[in-house]
Design a binder for this molecule. Structure first.
Ligand code: CO
Length: 146
């Protein structure tokens, strides 16, 4: 198993619309989706599209949100994870476990905000960086998050 292209960088923020405005006004990155709530994931998300990848702006929905604790420690927000595409999420999960990495949660891939199965690898296994692995979207799907 080898990771593929960088799909997105996840950035936690207290308010996704305010953060999207910063990327638009400061960096000219104005191609952004409307904010979308993923109640079952506990997050509100805006995707900012760049030529080669996306910035995934993530705001917590409620105190049970996986982003809630991160924002308590980093109230202004901050870089949260990097997401790489893999050809086969099950093979990737099995390879991570075989290589001694810790897959978060139950270890079962689940459908993330992009509409494809994902897993997360514990930051302690990658020098403090939380890594998301994502089943590579189909050809026509890239840059068109569900
Ligand atoms: Co992500």
């Amino acid at each position: 198993m080898k990771i593929g292209r960088l799909n997105h960088v996840g950035v936690a923020c207290p308010n996704v619309e305010a953060a999207a405005k910063v990327y638009a006004e400061l960096y000219g990155a104005s191609e952004a989706t409307p904010a979308k709530d993923f109640a079952h994931l506990g997050v509100r998300v805006v995707f900012v599209s760049l030529p080669n990848m996306q910035i995934e702006l993530i705001e917590p929905l409620g105190e049970a949100s996986p982003i809630h604790k991160f924002l308590e420690k980093n109230p202004a927000g901050g870089q949260h994870h990097m997401c790489f595409e893999v050809a086969d999420i099950i093979a990737a999960r099995d390879a991570m476990i075989a290589r001694g990495a810790r897959v978060l949660g139950t270890g079962e891939p689940y459908i993330g905000a992009h509409g494809v199965p994902v897993i997360f690898v514990h930051p302690k296994d990658t020098g403090g960086v939380l890594v998301e692995l994502m089943q590579a979207p189909g050809e026509g799907d890239h840059g068109d998050p569900a």
